[in-house]
Design a protein around this ligand. Structure first.
Ligand SMILES: Cc1cc2nc3c(=O)[nH]c(=O)nc-3n(C[C@H](O)[C@H](O)[C@H](O)COP(=O)(O)OP(=O)(O)OC[C@H]3O[C@@H](n4cnc5c(N)ncnc54)[C@H](O)[C@@H]3O)c2cc1C
Length: 415
């Protein structure tokens, strides 16, 4: 496998041949297809369907489906590298693709690392076969709507959306907000609490269930006109007595809760989109200050020491983000040690806050003309703002967890 002709958004890491070939594919698709279309989804706040046709054709909708089930069998680290490369060219595509990929990674490589009984393992193996086949054979798209506007998506309360066991399946009731891929997904992988009829909802009874878009009682509502990440089309979902069959269960009862505790890195998958955006803002700044942006007057601004210093600051921050990111994806595993977990939080925080810092510095340094809508910088700035708002690991909640988990060992309390 020849060396790459570009530096990937994750930096130069010791890639495997498979990683190099997937990165080359993502870079080619991103540069030639996604980047030229990015302004269009942003302007109309519409879903990037054309990019999904390209992802499907390139096999990237089944990136993390195991090879034994017809997928490309990418592991966690490989997904994170490829996602950063896509985020470099279209943030909304990378972020929504993350929701889809997670539905295959959680049920695939991550589930393999979660303790289950033999019966649960067998049930899961049977059900995920159906779910993988939909993606591999039909090119189906999955969304991942968890948020409800309550403390549930922050991991601090049971989900208000409920699933009640009925003959042959589940009856789902509730409401989700911010469901990326609204109207574009074929299946919505919802997190909900099992309604056991005892009026005592418990987060340990969280269920992860796919709701087909065609289900009776399922509706999409609400306006979508946000500051950034406009192509994600993240509207509200309402479930009113929606029946889904037992086979739609994406994890056996009780396993999601265990998974969230076993595999904290599952929440890190939102970060590569924003590492990609940070790279894009940096790349643009270098090109702009050199007077080399296609279609723009060849005015050089690189000769001013203050601009040189700003570029150096951006590079230093970007290198720090990439280093932490690379380390965190290399050591991601079930049941990480305390230092690994704290480093994972630090990586997430650095990328989510850093992406917006770099986009802000890029605009300040390039100057007023760089803010025009025909250039990508103002979109990168707006898109980058959304990262640290995403639950469960908002910038605030990361600080909260890091401080507490540094100063208290598990189970420790003050008198
Ligand atoms: C572009 C975009 C796309 C998105 N796509 C999806 C998606 O596909 N699926 C999905 O599930 N979600 C998605 N989200 C939602 C996202 O993950 C958050 O749930 C959402 O941004 C939270 O908004 P909020 O106003 O409810 O936040 P907040 O009000 O900040 O948080 C909601 C609740 O969480 C708790 N909480 C928040 N911060 C703290 C704190 N510091 N300490 C204690 N408790 C706290 C509180 O109970 C609070 O009421 C998306 C968001 C954006 C911006």
């Amino acid at each position: 496998m020849p060396a790459l002709s570009f530096t990937p958004a994750v930096g130069d890491l010791p890639f495997t041949p498979k990683q190099r070939s997937l990165l080359a594919l993502a870079n080619e698709l991103g540069r030639t297809r996604f980047a030229p279309r990015a302004a269009q989804w942003d302007e109309s706040a519409s879903f990037p369907f054309a990019n999904y046709d390209d992802l499907r054709e390139a096999g990237l909708l089944r990136l993390c489906v195991p090879e034994s089930h017809g997928g490309l069998g990418a592991d966690f680290a490989t997904y994170m590298m490829v996602a950063a490369e896509i985020g470099r060219f279209c943030g909304a595509t990378a972020l929504t693709w993350n929701m889809h990929i997670c539905s295959t990674m959680w049920t695939g490589v991550l589930a393999d690392g979660i303790p289950m009984t033999d019966a649960q393992r067998a049930e899961h193996a049977k059900r995920r076969e159906l779910h993988f086949a939909r993606i591999v054979n039909d090119g189906a798209i999955y969304a991942q709507p968890f948020s409800e506007g309550s403390a549930a998506a922050a991991g601090r309360a049971p989900f208000g959306t409920t699933a009640k066991k009925v003959d042959g399946g589940w009856l789902i009731n509730g409401r989700k907000i911010f469901a990326s891929l609204s109207g574009a997904a074929d299946y919505y992988g919802v997190l909900c609490t099992e309604d056991k009829g005892d009026e005592h909802p418990d987060a340990r009874d969280t269920l992860y269930i796919a709701v087909p878009a065609t289900s009776a009682g399922f509706t999409i509502s609400g306006e979508w006109n946000p500051l950034g990440m406009r192509g994600t089309v993240s509207r509200n979902l309402v479930f009113k007595d929606v029946f889904v069959s037992d086979d739609e269960q994406l994890m056996p009862r009780g396993i999601y809760f265990k998974g969230a505790q076993t595999w904290p890195a599952m929440f890190f998958t939102l970060a590569p989109t924003y590492l990609g955006i940070a790279n894009a803002a940096y790349d643009f700044t270098v090109q702009y200050l050199r007077g080399e942006v296609p279609g723009e007057p060849p005015v050089k601004r690189r000769q001013y020491p203050t601009k040189q210093i700003a570029v150096a600051q951006m590079r230093i921050q970007l290198e720090a983000m990439k280093s932490l990111f690379g380390r965190a994806i290399a050591e991601a595993r079930p049941n990480p040690g305390k230092d690994e977990k704290l480093r994972l939080y630090a990586a997430h925080y650095s990328v989510m806050e850093g992406a917006n810092d770099i986009a802000r510095l890029a605009i300040r340094t390039c100057g007023g003309q760089s803010m025009m809508k025909h250039l990508p910088l103002e979109r990168l700035y707006r898109d980058s703002r959304c990262g640290s708002l995403m639950l469960p690991w908002t910038a605030e909640l990361i600080l909260d967890r890091m401080g507490r988990e540094t100063l208290y060992e598990a189970g420790e309390r003050d008198e």
